[in-house]
Design a protein. Structure first.
Length: 189
C-alpha cells in the first residue's frame, strides 16, 4: 500500500515537473518570452500555440498583447501596485482650480519590444513606468487649460494632448497609447 503511494507521488512529480516542463502553452492574445540560464532573455517572442523549452534551464513568462484598459477611478485598490489602474489624479488647471481626474487610457505592448521591456524594466512596469508617467502627464496637460475649457469647450483637445504626451514617452519603451478618454473632472475643495 505504501509503495503505491510512493509510486503515485513519483509519477506525479515526473508528469508535472518534467513533462510539463518541456512545453510552453501560449493562449490567444498573449505572447511568451523565455529566460535562458545561459543566454538571458531571448529576443524571440513565442506567439500563441504550443512550444518546446528546456525544463529547469528555461523559464517562460506570458505577456498580454491585447488592448489593456488603465482605469483611473475611485474604485481602484491602491494596495495592488501591479494592477493596471489608479485612483483619481489631482491636478491644478491654468486658472488655479484643483480638480480630480477620472478616465481611461487604452494601452498595448509592442510584441517585438517585450523582451527588452522584461529585461530592462521588469514585470512591474506598471508601477515603475506607466502609473508615474500618466500621473505626471495628466497634471502637466491640465495645467495648460482653464477648468471651463476642460469640462466643456476643449475636452477633445485635452484628450488629444494627453494622448500625444503619453505616446511621446511610452512609444520608445514599447508601449502604444491607443486612446485617452476622460470620464469625470470634479472640482476638489
Amino acid at each position: 500500500m505504501a509503495g503505491d503511494s510512493l509510486d503515485k507521488l513519483m509519477y506525479s512529480f515526473v508528469v508535472d515537473d518534467v513533462l510539463k516542463g518541456f512545453f510552453i502553452t501560449v493562449p490567444p492574445g498573449y505572447v511568451a518570452c523565455v529566460y535562458d540560464l545561459g543566454r538571458g532573455v531571448l529576443k524571440k517572442v513565442l506567439t500563441p500555440g504550443l512550444h518546446l523549452k528546456i525544463p529547469f534551464w528555461q523559464k517562460a513568462k506570458l505577456f498580454n498583447v491585447q488592448t489593456l484598459e488603465y482605469s483611473i477611478n475611485r474604485q481602484f485598490n491602491v494596495q495592488n501596485e501591479k494592477a493596471l489602474g489608479d485612483i483619481p489624479i489631482a491636478a491644478v488647471t491654468q486658472d488655479g482650480v484643483r480638480v480630480g481626474v477620472e478616465g481611461t487610457v487604452l494601452l498595448r505592448l509592442d510584441v517585438h519590444q517585450i523582451p527588452s521591456i522584461w529585461q530592462q524594466i521588469g514585470e512591474d512596469f506598471v508601477a515603475k513606468i506607466i502609473r508615474p508617467t500618466i500621473r505626471s502627464r495628466v497634471r502637466m496637460v491640465f495645467s495648460k487649460f482653464d477648468q471651463n475649457e476642460i469640462v466643456s469647450t476643449k475636452r477633445d483637445a485635452v484628450e488629444m494632448d494627453l494622448k500625444n504626451e503619453l505616446e511621446r514617452i511610452f512609444y520608445a519603451r514599447g508601449i502604444y497609447v491607443e486612446n485617452v478618454l476622460l470620464h469625470e473632472v470634479q472640482t476638489i475643495k
